[in-house]
Ligand binder design. Sequence first.
Ligand code: ADP
Ligand code: MG
Length: 344
Amino acid sequence: HPATVLRPIRVLPAPVVARIAAGEVIERPASVVKELVENALDAGARQIRIDVQGGGLALIRVSDDGCGIPADQMPLACARHATSKLPDDDLEQVRTLGFRGEALPSIATVAELTLVSATDNSGVGHRLVLRGGSVAVSEPAPRSRGTTVTVRHLFQNVPARLASCGRPQTEIREISQTVRRLALAAPHVRMSLYIDGRLTLHTDGGGDLGEALVAVYGAALSGRLIPLGPIEVASARIAGVVAGPEVTRPGRGQITFIVNGRAVQPRGLLAQVETAYRPVLPRGRHPVLAVTIDVPPGLVDINIHPAKLEVRLRAEREIGAAIGEMIRDALGRQPLPLRAEPAV
Ligand code: ADP
Ligand code: MG
């Protein structure tokens, strides 16, 4: 993973900041989870543990075994537009999930933020606590290589934001959906989600997209998955797994496209998938599938949405047509038995 290399964190030059799609990145607890897990993935983590209490409004904690943050750079990590991920100011060549330096400072203004991090396994790391956006504690702390970020009392100082959040159950549903999509986007990373102390979701990090799909959407998919590709179209490498037509869902939430490691739902691709499935699915039902699309960074624009929930693929039409074709072809074949059936 390209970002695993430790790079210095620095404040982006103003012209670069001006080109970045600005907007509110932290709207609800699930946005915090998404930003923190993406940071862990960018840090090259192989294991990520997510803890959530009180629907995320009481506590969100994300622990990783990634590259860590050097103690002297931890305050900078929490500063506006400070990032280690755009070394050449080149927005066209972004290979990481983050690049704007917005998440940690945004979180620090709406919650208490604690970072504990170490860049090696000497056992000694550093803890930084920010309250009301400023440093309240900075001290050495025991820690193996990696980072733990804890977010407490989210939105307690922003009554309007707090009021627009749903009941804990609603926020937990959003968080779970977010983690499922992140887990599919990174099947090589072992991910676990604990809700109020209870393990509710985990992947084994074995790297197999089909196994990740079974782990996140249920053992009922096991033995019903048909592989797609890999093929190459318009400089894109496309591969995936689809469930057979006997597996249907009432919504489109279990259709995932992973573009350069980012789980997204480009409208054009969605339309092609739905068209391919139409002859075999009952009206109003939708398929379960995950398709990975890897393209050179210059062929995808990720800088169009503040929370990076959308991307623009240069060759969307061609890629969509190819995926539609692959699905039609796959639906004419038999599902392959999957090896393991991880408990869900
Ligand atoms: P961005 O991800 O866009 O760079 P963030 O505000 O999310 O902005 O993070 C700021 C910086 O803090 C990152 O560029 C990275 O250097 C560092 N950082 C944050 N989280 C982690 C982590 N879990 N492991 C290692 N470094 C991290
Ligand atoms: Mg980030």
